[in-house]
Write a new protein. Structure first.
Length: 322
């Protein structure tokens, strides 16, 4: 038996979440005294996975899998799990992983626990700690099926280097024509330098910025912090920013180490989608904005004055501490 982990990549490069789930899988493997087998799809250099505890890599190279397809990717993982006799499968909490998880669960007759935040509390019975009620509480979930799928919450476990010599071999799964009944017509990607899902820091803007012409404030602050940029739903609905940058319960979930909200009042749907972030900083001129009740730190003031001053102070700090 081995622990199987799906390591996501984009443009051939592994996402941060891929290294985190590999680290987490290694933690479970140590508990069960077994090995970690990783599945990659069109990744360029799988050897890096050995630095995070992976012992063996099944490399899938197929042009048909250039764009994510939940049914086809679920078939890849199912066949890999069956070949490696894996009883525990670890995936991330990305949107793609959550799409394929139910299909994989059905194919393997496996129990699936999403939003897991720690190593199993027990392996007999197999019990994991998960977030609940939009990250406002935790619960302990027991997975009783023979095969178990664990969805690790982003930034819940962190990256843990655990060097191993990962061997690699080509893996060629078979596909059914029905796997590709759904075709990708277009892909909308964020234009920022850092992807929201991989970011330790996210700077997000709302209607308080008054228009897309002022978005440089968000971009400038993100640049000095090394952060990804994001926006609230009204901002994307008005066309100020692409929908791919919309975060919240109805957009992309955020579990960053630091989430900075500028000019966002804090609708309940937005708060539910970013509440998993470890530290939340809010900048808003309305002291009654709901976001202040959920924030760790709040600045009541005009974003057009506060943000430029914050940027200058951060630049000074970086120069003095270089």
């Amino acid at each position: 038996m081995s622990i199987l982990v799906y390591t996501e990549s984009e443009n051939g490069k592994f996402k941060k979440s891929a290294l985190e789930v590999a680290s987490y899988a290694k933690g479970i493997a140590d508990q069960l005294n077994t090995q970690v087998v990783a599945v990659t799809v069109n990744a360029q250099d799988s050897s890096v996975l050995g630095n995070y505890g992976v012992d063996k890599v099944l490399e899938v190279k197929d042009d048909k899998l250039e764009n994510f397809n939940a049914k086809a990717y679920a078939d890849v993982l199912q066949q890999a799990a069956e070949q490696s006799s894996s009883k525990v499968i670890v995936i991330s909490s990305s949107a793609n992983a959550k799409y394929l998880a139910p299909l994989l669960s059905g194919g393997l007759k496996a129990g699936y626990a999403s939003n897991v935040v720690a190593l199993p509390e027990s392996t007999e019975p197999f019990t994991v700690k998960r977030t609940a009620f939009s990250n406002k509480a935790f619960n302990s979930t027991e997975i009783t099926s023979e095969v178990k799928i664990v969805g690790l919450a982003n930034n819940a476990y962190g990256l843990k280097e655990n060097s191993a010599a990962a061997s690699a071999e080509s893996f060629q799964p078979s596909f059914d024509e029905k796997d590709f009944d759904i075709q990708v017509s277009a892909v909308d990607k964020t234009t920022g330098k850092i992807a929201i899902a991989d970011a330790d820091i996210v700077v997000s803007g709302g209607r308080g910025l008054k228009g897309p012409e002022n978005w440089h404030l968000i971009e400038d602050l993100a640049e000095v912090l090394g952060a990804a940029t994001a926006c609230s739903k009204p901002v994307s609905d008005m066309g100020w920013r692409p929908h791919s940058e919309h975060v919240g319960q109805t957009g992309k979930p955020v579990a960053a180490n630091l989430y900075v909200a500028v000019g966002i009042s804090g609708a309940i749907q937005h708060l539910a989608g970013v509440n998993a972030s470890k530290v939340k900083l809010v900048i808003n001129n309305d002291p009654e904005a709901p976001f202040f009740k959920a924030a760790d730190y709040g600045v009541i003031g005009d974003a057009f004055k506060v943000v430029p001053e914050l940027i200058e102070k951060l630049k000074e700090f970086k120069v003095n501490n270089a």
